[in-house]
Design a protein around this ligand. Structure first.
Ligand code: ADP
Ligand code: X15
Length: 399
């Protein structure tokens, strides 16, 4: 980490410190349902506050695409932040302009303020210099503590580092150090498990990943696109059919690279996207037209666990099913517990990451049994591919 400017060298006292954090946390009924990402940023926020800085938190929530979507406000995160931090946290209704400037003007040294979702502005995701300047006006120092958003070259994750003195926060530093230690030269065979719902933003990186691992298990919503690409029916399941060619290209690349692709052979299907909906298990060649694949089936879990048994190192991003709703948590919970058992027995090094993946491991009660749990999903996979992460590269001293 010596190549990064860290918080240790930052001039904090009396300064307005813009801290980019990741508060894209799982929510249920308007409340934070997994606070791992909030816990991760506490050391940085406390450090800034204790050293007499004004801690001004910048974050995104969801993908509002530049619109002010009320359901994607960060306001509901404030109570969880206050409880974990053990002090009041102010909130401004916008991340730039008068609302933000006035809230910041009222801060005393050591206070903490959260600004509204940066993605309510179109400039954020475009890394627009004008939007970046509007953010930069609000601060004297910039700290990036959002490793899990560092694969995005956005104003608040990358642009600001060009306009203000920039530093890596404690969580950013810890994540990079831990991943380097665990995975720079992993013991082989390496198996990757990729699931979840962010198909379009993660599918491309699988093409590179299959050249780095001996086996790739594909589950969750991601698997449906691959099943469709192989000609299987997927009914009303989450599936990005326009990515079928990409899926086929990845499977061909995997074959060339001697990477085994393990897809579900059966699935738990429901007709309503809700907890305790009646379910039936089907082979993947017999998914009904009006059914939705919401979890991998029992045979698939057996195959996944057998593949984990063959591995020395496991990397995992993305739940294998819609784990937030019972019984669609079964595949994820069983595979997670199996990986945890092997890790505890010293037979596996297991690294998992992603906002929902961490929530799923917590739900399975095994997050502490994994070798390392990262807050990052997509960023973790891109780091694993060896891709430079814009939010990290811009912090390099000589970069
Ligand atoms: N078969 C499926 N159908 C619909 N949603 C799914 C399915 N499998 C997994 N998911 C959803 O994927 C989401 C997590 O995906 P993603 O954001 O990619 O993971 P992470 O946050 O860990 O990187 C969860 O909300 C889960 O319900
Ligand atoms: O939740 C996140 O990533 P993840 O789902 O890959 O863990 C980050 O907040 C990045 O969000 P994005 O994928 O909408 O840019």
């Amino acid at each position: 980490m010596s190549t990064f400017r860290t918080l240790d060298t930052a001039d904090i006292k009396g300064k307005r410190v813009l801290i980019r954090v990741d508060l894209n946390v799982p929510m249920k009924d308007g409340m934070v349902s997994d606070d791992t990402r909030i816990r991760a940023i506490l050391p940085t926020v406390r450090d800034v506050s204790k050293r007499g800085g004004k801690a001004i938190l910048l974050a995104h929530f969801g993908r509002p695409k530049g619109e002010r979507v009320p359901e994607m406000s960060l306001a509901p995160v404030v109570p969880a932040l206050e409880t974990l931090l053990g002090r009041p946290v102010g909130f401004a209704n916008d991340c730039i302009g008068n609302d933000a400037a006035q809230a910041i003007a009222k801060l005393s040294d050591g206070d903490v303020l959260l600004l509204e979702n940066t993605r309510f502005h179109k400039g954020e995701e475009k890394d627009d210099p004008i939007f970046t300047s509007a953010l930069a006006e609000l601060g004297d120092v910039y700290v990036n503590d959002a490793f899990s958003a560092a694969h995005r070259a956005h104003s608040s994750t990358e642009g600001l580092a060009h306009q203000l003195p920039a530093y890596a926060g404690r969580a950013m530093q810890a994540e990079l150090e831990a991943l380097e230690k665990a995975l720079t030269s992993p013991q082989r065979p390496v198996i990757a498990l990729v699931g979840g719902a962010k198909v379009s933003s993660k599918i491309e990186l699988l093409e590179n990943l299959v050249t780095k691992v001996e086996a790739l298990v594909i589950g969750g919503g991601m698997a449906n696109t691959f099943l469709h690409a192989q000609g299987y029916p997927v009914g009303k399941s989450l599936c990005e059919k326009d990515l079928a060619d990409t899926a086929r290209r990845i499977m061909a690349k995997a074959q060339e690279s001697n990477c085994a692709i393990i897809l579900p052979v059966d699935a738990t299907v429901a007709y309503h996207f809700q907890a305790h909906a009646p379910t039936q298990t089907y082979g993947v060649d017999a998914i009904p037209e009006d059914g939705m694949i919401l979890d991998v089936g029992g045979l698939s879990v057996e195959r996944i666990n057998a593949a984990i048994d063959e591995a020395a190192t496991l990397v995992w991003n993305g739940p294998l099913g819609a784990f937030e709703m019972e019984p669609f948590d079964r595949g994820t919970v069983e595979a997670a517990r199996h990986a945890a058992k092997r890790t505890k027995a010293g037979q596996l090094l297991s690294v998992a990451g992603g906002g929902d993946t961490v929530a799923a491991l917590n739900h399975a009660g095994v997050a502490d049994d994994f070798s390392y749990v990262s807050t990052a999903g997509g960023a973790f996979l891109e780091w694993l591919e060896g891709k430079p992460l814009p939010g990290v590269e811009v912090l390099r001293q000589n970069g």
